[in-house]
Design a protein around this ligand. Structure first.
Ligand code: SF4
Length: 236
């Protein structure tokens, strides 16, 4: 018997909407993979990676790629978002390519939310519609050598499919984004600035703080629509 390759996931859900970035508001299915290589202080999904705060054996499960794809596609969305954790950590698992194949065969757009520290495989780069690359700024807490990986960022940028999305709190954060993206050769039109926050009030406060700086820098601005609608509710 040939068994279907699998992946370890935290959640597969939808239909919902893509709440952030270039596809904000678009109806979508979501796949949330397990594990991350960063430890952001304000992470809103620590249940995918932080065993000191969460029972990961209860949170995570190995699921056949076909079952993951069927569940993500069950609401007939035009878009499936693979997020985490850090999804690109799973690229060497046989279930990864199988999952991309199932989604591609269904004809949906595929977006990957990544922290920009892992380069995409040729197969991933070829199959995915867009990488939403979210390098972390100093306030995330990890040292710069862990959160900013120039080779991985360069490989993602070279696919021609990368949108860069930065979590910001202050105009100074937007200045840091301008410095990084200029050094990487990323044009402002490919940059989205997003407020940090896991509730509407905090998001609105940060959005108000960064909006003028983002516009002055010729960046795009995004909110976190799902948080405004559902707060911290899981699988929304
Ligand atoms: S990269 Fe994303 S998933 Fe990983 S710790 Fe940071 S916010 Fe959380």
């Amino acid at each position: 018997m040939i068994s279907e390759p699998s992946l370890v996931v935290a959640e597969v859900f939808g239909p919902t909407v893509q709440g952030e970035g270039p596809s904000l508001g678009q109806r979508a299915g979501f796949i949330r993979t397990a594990g991350c290589n960063l430890t952001c202080s304000w992470c809103d999904t620590p249940y995918t990676w932080d065993g000191t705060r969460h029972d990961l054996r209860a949170e995570l499960r190995r699921v056949p790629a076909l079952d993951i794809a069927r569940r993500a596609l069950s609401g007939a969305p035009n878009l499936v978002v693979i997020t985490g954790g850090e999804p690109l950590l799973h690229q060497r698992q046989p279930g990864w390519d199988a999952l991309l194949e199932h989604l591609a065969r269904a004809g949906v757009d595929i977006e990957i939310e990544t922290n920009g520290t892992v380069p995409p495989s040729p197969r991933t780069a070829q199959t995915v519609t867009r990488f939403n690359v979210s390098p972390k700024l100093q306030h995330a807490g990890d040292p710069e050598r862990r959160r900013i990986r120039p080779a991985a960022l360069s490989a993602l940028h070279a696919t021609g499919k990368a949108a860069f999305k930065f979590v910001c709190r202050t105009p100074g954060d937007v200045t840091a984004v301008a410095r990084y993206t200029a050094a990487w050769g990323v044009p402002p039109s490919a940059v989205w600035v997003m407020p940090e926050g896991t509730n509407s009030a905090r998001i609105t406060a940060h959005l108000t703080a960064i909006a003028d700086a983002a516009i002055d820098a010729q960046f795009n601005l995004t909110t976190r629509l799902h948080v405004h609608v559902w707060g911290e509710e899981r699988e929304r």
